[in-house]
Ligand binder design. Structure first.
Ligand code: ZN
Length: 154
């Protein structure tokens, strides 16, 4: 097992066991649900965006596989305190990284530890699990309510 594979395994296991920011916020001003019917992942993401346009609080809950839960958990830790514009940029960077369109060492400066997910591009059946939380964040920021990895155009 390579070092990056091992880090990936450890991070996934840790966040799956102890998801950060678990639970829905009481009165969020942004909320969306995301479904990945291929795996059965379903998450609800709630955000409080402050007057300054920053993500002041975030919470998620739902049922998902380890990769989905770990991706969601790590996502909540990196978007807190970011502006909504930065969060949208991270959505784009994560999607591009997970589908192999972006070199994480060069172009994913906002993603930080989320670079461990770069390896999912070689596991086509898990790409949507990793991306689902980010799809859902995108929908929540735009207040679209619900999203699915199987929506047309996604
Ligand atoms: Zn999954």
């Amino acid at each position: 097992m390579t070092a990056s594979n091992q880090l990936y395994q450890e991070v996934i296991l840790d966040h799956n066991r102890k998801p950060r920011n678990w639970g829905a916020l009481g009165s969020p001003n942004h909320r969306a649900e995301g479904h990945n019917p291929l795996c059965g992942d379903h998450i609800v993401l709630t955000l409080d965006v402050g007057a300054g346009g920053t993500v002041d609080a975030v919470g998620f809950e739902g049922e998902g596989c380890a990769i989905c839960k770990a991706s969601a958990s790590m996502m909540t830790t990196v978007i807190k305190g970011r502006t909504t514009d930065e969060a949208q940029t991270m959505v784009q960077q994560f999607r591009d990284m997970a589908t192999g369109k972006l070199d994480p060492e060069r172009d994913a400066h906002l993603l930080g530890r989320l670079k461990v997910f770069a390896g999912v591009k070689d596991l086509p059946s898990r790409v949507k699990c990793a991306i689902l939380p980010w799809h859902t964040l995108h929908a929540a920021l735009r207040n679209e309510g619900a999203t699915s990895t199987e929506d047309a155009g996604s």
